[in-house]
Write a new protein. Structure first.
Length: 427
């Protein structure tokens, strides 16, 4: 009947034309909490995804609805499962690096970095200072790229198409830096065991400084636009509250945890690469809702610009790759000039590094949360077991706890706020 009213303007004689309730009014009508959900009428089951445009990948959620209220959610994953962990058992340590790019393909640098940190700890390889600084800088550029992409797609889900194009335009400047440095805009495979694939190219310092000088101004403009958008504020404030206790129960990390008032950041708590040598603040908010997750990511992008600037200012001279013939690939520029480097390259490519028996776990602060890598070696060039602990896997499981008891219209904003990527989730 409401469709007839909307499309033709016809009103049945037996009924008066009534205004549809707004989302805010529907929220106020809820007389139940997330702890006690009892249906008041017929329960309807619908499927959201895996083709739904707001699912950010092939994620499927089966919803039980009582009117507009979500009673239960059954998440389904696995549509993007590729068996990466099993593939790692049949690759040398060097050959695994390109596989890690395809986990969180938005944040390839962070995935490379996490695996190489674990492999280096297992092999006892020390990364030169210049390699550590380049890794730190690329990791933070990766964080900016991830958060800008998240911001544009999340706001688009709430109906602001123009803002999406603005974010993608500015993200291109960061991707241009990736292309200049690695030759690729995504899936860079830039990290190496013992450092990085190559040194900073000529002109990169100047171009990178221009970008990080430009971005804070754009971030201020983003905030001005969004904080004046009444639709976004109504869809984000006091919606999808996920407390610190909830985060610990579901092993939620990253910006979602910090938006709940927990200042946990591995770059500070368990520093690695060049993070002990740079100054930055951990972004924290306390209301634990969709809006605070937005604020945390905005603050993190500003802090990333500060870290990148310090890396450029303090960039030490020297090698960017460890001269460890037993475990590392040689610098590519030396392979065709030096016979020892050519032999080392041949040995590492065709035989692989000979790794002692043992196991190791290493964790880094990826843009979406904590990314951990467990490696068990039984000796030789290939690991016996590799296990990736990725943030989206845990965040995707926490979706029922986030949205049960909320309005179905709010699920889009809530799901977007935790930033799930299915390549990171399914593996």
């Amino acid at each position: 009947m409401s469709g007839t009213q909307d499309t033709q303007g016809l009103v049945p004689a037996a009924q008066a034309l009534s205004r549809r309730p707004s989302l805010e009014e529907l929220r106020e009508r809820k007389d139940r909490t997330r702890r006690h959900l009892e249906p008041t009428g017929d329960v309807m089951t619908i499927s959201m995804g895996p083709q739904h445009p707001s699912m950010h990948g092939v994620y499927r959620a089966v919803l039980d609805l009582d009117g507009e209220v979500i009673l239960a959610v059954r998440p389904e994953i696995g549509n993007l499962h590729r068996g990466v962990e099993k593939l790692c058992e049949h690759r040398t340590y060097h050959q695994i690096i390109p596989l890690t790019d395809r986990l969180d393909y938005i944040s390839g640098f962070a995935m490379n970095h996490g695996f190489c940190e674990a492999a280096e700890k297992l092999m006892g390889v020390e990364v030169p200072a210049r390699g550590r600084y380049i890794r730190t800088m690329t990791h933070e550029l990766c964080r900016i790229s991830n958060h800008i992409l998240w911001l544009g797609t999340s706001i688009m889900d709430l109906g602001t198409q123009t803002f999406f194009t603005i974010c993608f335009r500015d993200r291109e400047y960061v991707l241009d830096l990736f292309e200049m440095l690695t030759g690729a805009r995504m899936t860079h495979s830039f990290a190496r065991i013992g450092g990085v694939a190559k040194d900073l190219p000529d002109g990169f310092d100047h171009r990178c400084r221009k970008v990080i000088d430009f971005l804070p101004k754009r971030l201020a403009e983003y905030e001005r636009i969004i904080k004046q958008n009444r639709i976004f504020l109504k869809r984000a404030k006091n919606v999808g509250i996920f407390t610190s206790e909830d985060c610990h129960a579901w092993r939620v990390t990253g910006p979602t945890l910090r938006a709940a008032g927990i200042a946990r950041d591995l770059r500070k708590d368990e520093p690695y690469a060049a993070y002990p040598e740079v100054e930055f603040d951990v972004a924290v908010e306390y209301n634990a809702d969709v809006y605070d997750r937005f604020l945390v990511r905005m603050k993190e992008m500003r802090e990333s610009c500060k870290i990148i600037r310090q890396c450029l200012d303090k960039m030490p001279p020297g090698p960017f790759l460890a001269p460890d013939a037993a475990h590392s690939l040689p610098m590519k520029k030396n392979v065709l000039r030096d016979s020892a480097a050519m032999i080392q390259d041949f040995y590492q490519v065709f035989r692989g590094p000979q790794v002692p028996r043992g196991s190791v776990y290493r964790c880094v602060e990826a843009p979406k949360g904590e990314m951990g890598v467990y490696i068990r070696s039984e000796g030789g060039a290939k690991p016996a077991r590799v296990r990736f602990s990725t943030p989206s896997f845990y965040h995707g499981q926490a979706v029922p706890a986030l949205v049960e008891g909320e309005m179905v219209a709010d699920m889009i904003a809530i799901f977007a706020s935790v930033d799930v990527v299915l390549g990171d989730c399914d593996r």
